[in-house]
Write a protein that binds this ligand. Structure first.
Ligand SMILES: Nc1ncnc2c1ncn2[C@@H]1O[C@H](COP(=O)(O)OP(=O)(O)OP(=O)(O)O)[C@@H](O)[C@H]1O
Ligand SMILES: [Mg+2]
Length: 269
């Protein structure tokens, strides 16, 4: 169980995570949604202890993530960050091997190597395994980072916008893999998603943030409704039912027709 207890984060005078409390029981997929700047990454980073909170506390299976030993946390919880940069030139395989570090301490066992091979195969990275990260496309690189996180094989997995840069097929397959990890391996997954339909289809629970607070929390059927989407995202979104699932049609432009956008007269002259 992840317990987020009155967590607050401020930058100067601005509170970006505002006294958030949330309990995520073991197992299942929880989608974290909300507008740009709502505080999703900040909250996830605090849980994944890549960022310190100003107040409050987070525990994972009773272990206080801020004070526990690094290796103890890393064996329970892994995090995919929204921005991933590596300064050194390493290959996909080397990156994925980093995922085993909390277990191997740098010396890979046969079991570690098998896990690396399996994960590379799952994410369809075999053709690029020996290639350096800076020589991949955006989506291929994103899959390499997902592979590193999954290779850590922790009970709790935090994923910040894992579908960034992925094409339709790889996005669907990655969400399918995330779903399978929860259903078949009993993992607890918290995933930040912008596509509310992916959240509706694959998540057990959707938690919505706005201005640093949780403003909605429930099943996809409870959250993917026009009034809740209006409250969370400030837009009117029609929701249809397709094959028993709610489908939000958010890609249809609202009140601002493209004709309202005018290029200044001086442009191009
Ligand atoms: N280092 C920082 N210094 C100052 N403000 C910051 C810093 N990091 C984040 N913020 C602000 O905190 C707020 C929450 O940011 P956060 O990255 O958590 O949003 P988010 O919900 O993940 O948004 P997005 O969907 O765009 O990824 C934003 O208003 C952002 O500008
Ligand atoms: Mg973010």
């Amino acid at each position: 169980m992840i317990e987020i207890d009155h967590v607050t984060k401020r930058y100067g005078a601005t509170t970006v995570v505002d006294d958030v409390s949330l309990t995520i029981p073991k197992g299942g997929v929880t989608a974290l949604v909300g507008a740009n700047g709502a505080g999703k990454s900040t909250l996830l980073s605090i849980v994944g202890r890549t960022l310190d909170a100003d107040a409050g506390r987070v525990s994972v299976d009773g272990l206080n993530v801020a004070t526990a030993a690094s290796a103890a946390v890393a064996q329970r919880l892994s995090i995919l960050r929204q921005e991933n940069q590596v300064a050194v030139r390493i290959t996909v395989r080397e990156l994925v091997e980093f995922g085993r570090f909390p277990y191997s301490g740098g010396r890979l066992t046969g079991e570690d190597i098998a896990q690396v091979d399996r994960t590379i195969e799952y994410l369809q990275l075999e053709p690029f395994a020996g290639r350096q990260l800076d020589k991949l496309s955006g989506g291929q690189r994103q899959r390499a980072f997902i592979a590193m996180v999954l290779c850590q094989d922790t009970d709790y997995v935090l994923l910040d916008e894992p579908l960034n840069n992925l094409d339709m097929r790889h996005a669907a397959q990655t969400m399918g893999l995330i779903r399978t990890m929860a259903t078949e391996l009993g993992k607890t997954i918290v995933v930040v998603l912008h596509d509310i339909n992916f959240a509706a289809y694959h998540a057990d629970r959707i938690v919505a943030m706005k201005d640093g607070r949780i403003v909605a929390d429930g099943s996809p059927r409870e959250i993917v409704t026009p009034p809740v989407l209006r409250e969370v995202f400030d837009i009117d979104v029609p929701v249809h039912e397709v094959e028993g699932q709610p489908l939000a049609v958010y890609f249809v432009p609202g009140r601002q027709p493209a004709g309202d956008f005018r290029v200044p007269a001086s442009a191009g002259s």
